[in-house]
Design a protein around this ligand. Structure first.
Ligand code: ACO
Length: 271
């Protein structure tokens, strides 16, 4: 659950883990404390049987104002290269963990999202923003390039022209434009954000969890493969999934063909 002063808090409600950046006074900027705490929280939730989906949002007006310029950069840099590398390992580490998380993940972008925030944004499988949310690669505004994967994120998700404009100008875009650019799946008015994310989470909760993990990994992995390599990977990935859940797909076929209790074209089988 976490104490109110923790930089990350969470609660589990009806199989959804609501994880929140919790430094609202600092617009949820990611400092080393927050990065360490987030890894602990991800550890604690990943294999809990009562968690099916993880949602990452922010307390207050921000999703995350990116890296903490004081604590992550300035105060770490004065302690030397070892400290810098450690801070990078800690932040990149939980983002990587989130990219390959066991459960499907949704970024619920309730407000400001800057720079380093694009790491966890991309790490989440799906992203839904408030129309009112504001995004920017603001690195250029304080004199650096978008590091920590942020450049890679926009190149992977946006057109080259939009990525270039976004990174070179540091201009804000709102949730609607972020959705049009495909930085997020969709945007809705802030007052409907939690309801819409809950609705998507419930869709995911109705699916076979082994198939969800295999599918989310496959989407990320095949992006970098040739067609033939992808074809081969997907055969092997499904056979590995069968090892963890041999009965699921057979039951899915049985309920459709024998029981005629559902139609896969219209929804999920009864787990
Ligand atoms: N790093 C450190 N402290 C921050 C950060 C940050 N990224 N963002 C906000 N804060 C702190 C402010 O210094 C301020 O602290 P204080 O109360 O001790 O003075 C507090 O959070 C509130 O911030 P304000 O600027 O007063 O809040 P406001 O609502 O007016 O503005 C905004 C919000 C636009 C997000 C502004 O805080 C801002 O520009 N933050 C920096 C955004 C940014 O460029 N982040 C870095 C991206 S690059 C990267 O991550 C590698």
């Amino acid at each position: 659950m976490g104490k109110t002063e923790d930089p990350v808090t969470y609660e589990v409600v009806d199989a959804i883990a609501w994880v929140r950046f919790n430094r609202p006074d600092k617009r949820n900027a990611m400092n080393p404390d927050l990065n360490r705490k987030m890894m602990e929280v991800l550890d604690a939730l990943e294999f809990r049987g009562d968690v099916g989906v993880l949602v990452l949002s922010g307390e207050g007006a921000a999703w995350s104002a990116g890296m903490d310029l004081k604590e992550y950069f300035r105060e770490t840099e004065v302690r030397g290269q070892g400290a810098v590398r450690q801070a990078q390992r800690e932040s990149y580490g939980w983002w990587r963990r989130l990219r390959w998380y066991q459960k499907p993940t949704i970024a619920m972008v309730n407000g400001w999202c800057f720079g380093g925030g694009y790491g966890p944004l991309f790490a989440c499988d799906l992203a839904v923003a408030a129309d009112e949310a504001q995004f920017a690669l603001s690195e250029i505004n304080w004199g650096i390039l978008p590091g920590g994967g942020a450049t890679k994120v926009v190149v992977d998700l946006l057109s080259m022209r939009d990525a270039m404009y976004h990174a070179l100008t540091g201009e804000l875009i709102d949730g609607k434009k972020a959705a049009a650019w495909k930085l997020v799946n969709e945007s809705v008015p802030l007052e409907q954000l939690k309801e819409r994310v809950t609705e998507i989470a419930r869709i995911l909760l109705s699916k076979n969890p082994v198939a969800l993990k295999a599918t989310k990994d496959a989407i990320r992995r095949v992006a970098e493969m040739t067609y033939d390599n992808a074809e081969d990977y997907l055969v092997r990935a499904q056979e590995a999934a069968n090892f963890h859940d041999d009965g699921g797909r057979k039951e899915g076929i049985r309920q459709f063909i024998d029981e005629k209790s559902y139609k896969p074209g219209l929804g999920a089988y009864d787990k």
